[in-house]
Design a protein around this ligand. Sequence first.
Ligand code: FNR
Length: 359
Amino acid sequence: PTPSQLFQPLTLSQLTLPNRIVIAPMCQYSAQEGNANDWHLMHYGSLAVSGAGMLVLEATAVSAVGRITDADLGIYSADNQQALARLMGSLRKLSDIPVAIQLAHAGRKASSHLPWEGAAQIAPDAPRGWVAQAPSAIAHGAGEVPPAEMTPAELAEVKDAFVAAAKAADALGIDGIEIHMAHGYLLHEFLSPLSNTRSDAYGGSLENRLRYPLEVFAAVRAAVPAAKPVWVRISASDWAPGGWDIDGSIALAQGLKALGCSAIHVSSGGLSTAQQIPVQPGYQVGFAEAIKQATGLTTMAVGLVTEPAQAEHIVASGQADAVAIGRAALYDPRWPWHAAASLGAQVDAPRQYWRSQPR
Ligand code: FNR
């Protein structure tokens, strides 16, 4: 039998993943003042021994204003960085898994209730609320208070916050950086004509809408050693009329590639309340494939990849170079291990579990 392609190593810059299964970034909404705590240690500890090729820590805010909720993980304060240092120290003792972090700014989707509280916007003047920052003063949802349009000085500040966050992540020994440009958060908001109506150099034409996300990428790329991979997660489509689409995504990917981007992680949606998403198994994989074909960039596919044979097919057929697993890894934290067993491959299980190694 041909060996599993899913379980071949993959190198991003100079980081080698032992296999092509990535644990997708998943917000836990469980931090206090942005600080990781015992929940994160349990959650990421469990995923660190999953057998995956890489673990991506959840969307981590580069500023307090850039949090979706007041329980988001952060990397903007000394306390945040200390809490992450503790988490990383523990993860390193548990496993050799490469650990990346997703750096994020929520843009106009900031100042929200927790998902299990309904996720509605918290008005800026209500308790726990604040004024959100965005490319344009256009609210995400009907009846919401619009965000404040970012000034040139704020554009520079937020870019600096991404750079400071990347340097902090590097100093914490985190192995890779994923910049969040997906799901209707700040950098995606610059890309989409539905959320960006600026009249300066950062709005209007596609070239202008790409400008700020590319500037942030370039600044982050320059802030960490070249050996360390820096990549981007995008929404390849808004799934809404007049919205961001696959052609724009290919243009973005070309721009990112020229700036030394290590990979592109291809999701979709999250920007428009008018989105109509044809949800089905692997529904976003075609976007990853189109971007890979057009640009040759290393590509991660994500979205309802739940079966080992499905993941194997995506990689073996060249639709993507890696697959990210989200909910299936919450449901079954040993998903990669079970996939190895079913595909005739091996993962590094903790030595404490030596009697359970799939053979
Ligand atoms: C997510 N997702 C997500 N995406 C992202 O880019 N950053 C994030 O922090 C989060 N947070 C998050 C939390 C939870 C609880 C879920 C379920 C999802 C999206 C996630 O990474 C993934 O793209 C989707 O869940 C689709 O993949 P699956 O779950 O079908 O494998």
